[in-house]
Design a protein around this ligand. Structure first.
Ligand SMILES: NC(=O)c1ccc[n+]([C@@H]2O[C@H](COP(=O)([O-])OP(=O)(O)OC[C@H]3O[C@@H](n4cnc5c(N)ncnc54)[C@H](OP(=O)(O)O)[C@@H]3O)[C@@H](O)[C@H]2O)c1
Length: 238
């Protein structure tokens, strides 16, 4: 199950799983693709199909309780289980501290923290019963380093890191792997218009997607706990 699969990093992760399925005889992933924009999911599903990968598209806003329930129930009704959750859906509003509004706060926190927390709680219960599973959190370098324009975003990402570290204490007892993926700046729609000079300093979505799939495909006795992936020139937007 990949949240925020429609664009950017989530889309690249879905395609990387699909390509891995095409390349390996023993790996046949079935992908549940979810985000708020249905048309994105269908075009992604078409591309996955060209690699021979089965998909299920579920339009859902993880900030909304009923929509999280729809995502979970439709997945379980169709497949009966969930082996892997990629907590990728995330939003950011980037501006000076003094200009942040209550709406910016609620919008960011309801997706990045509340939505991520409760979806993870439901999926974790399924994995606990199975005594197996893998949960990735696409957090950020901003989960442990502050940027001036990212006060609320940083709060949410530090919070995700707190959640996954606490969850790891439960996961270890249930044979579940937790991976914190901390990318630096990646060229995705999240950034809006990006000047060409800056684009050349950024990571590409595939730079995150391929290590995620490789971490998933390692033998189940091993867990990649953290992936920290920065542009080679270091962080931009200090
Ligand atoms: N790009 C970067 O530089 C960077 C760096 C570090 C970490 N990250 C993190 O990586 C993740 C993906 O970011 P990205 O850069 O790929 O962003 P993006 O291009 O804006 O894509 C985000 C995806 O999440 C979906 N989404 C957002 N809110 C959602 C919600 N409430 N419910 C369901 N889906 C939702 C969006 O689709 P809809 O709008 O259609 O729902 C979209 O498909 C985020 O968690 C972000 O914080 C990004």
């Amino acid at each position: 199950m990949i949240t925020g699969a429609g664009k950017g990093i989530g889309r690249a992760i879905a395609l990387a799983f699909a390509k891995a399925g095409k390349e390996r005889h023993t790996f046949k992933p079935v992908l549940v693709l979810s985000s708020r924009t249905e048309s994105d999911l269908h075009s992604l599903a078409d591309e996955c199909k060209t690699h021979g990968t089965e998909t299920l598209c579920i339009q859902a806003d993880i900030a909304v309780t009923e929509e999280r329930e729809k995502l979970l129930n439709k997945t379980l009704d169709t497949y009966g289980t969930i082996d892997c959750l990629i907590n990728n859906a995330g939003v950011g509003r980037f501006k000076p501290f003094g200009e942040m509004t209550e709406e910016d706060f609620d919008y960011t926190i309801s997706t990045n923290l509340k939505g991520t927390f409760f979806l993870t709680q439901s999926v974790f219960a399924v994995m606990e019963k199975n005594r197996s599973g893998h949960i990735f959190f696409i957090t950020s370098i901003a989960a442990e380093k502050a940027f001036k324009s990212s006060t609320i975003y940083s709060m949410s990402k530090f919070g995700q890191k707190g959640l996954l570290e606490a969850l790891r204490l439960y996961a270890a007892e249930s044979n579940i792997r937790i991976t914190n993926v901390m990318p630096g700046a990646v060229l995705t729609p999240m950034w809006g218009e990006v000047p060409e000079k800056m684009q050349n300093l950024m990571l590409m979505p595939d730079d995150i997607a391929d290590p995620v799939v490789n971490a998933y495909l390692l033998p189940s006795r091993s867990a990649v706990e953290e992936l920290v992936i920065r542009p080679i020139g270091g962080d931009i937007n200090e």
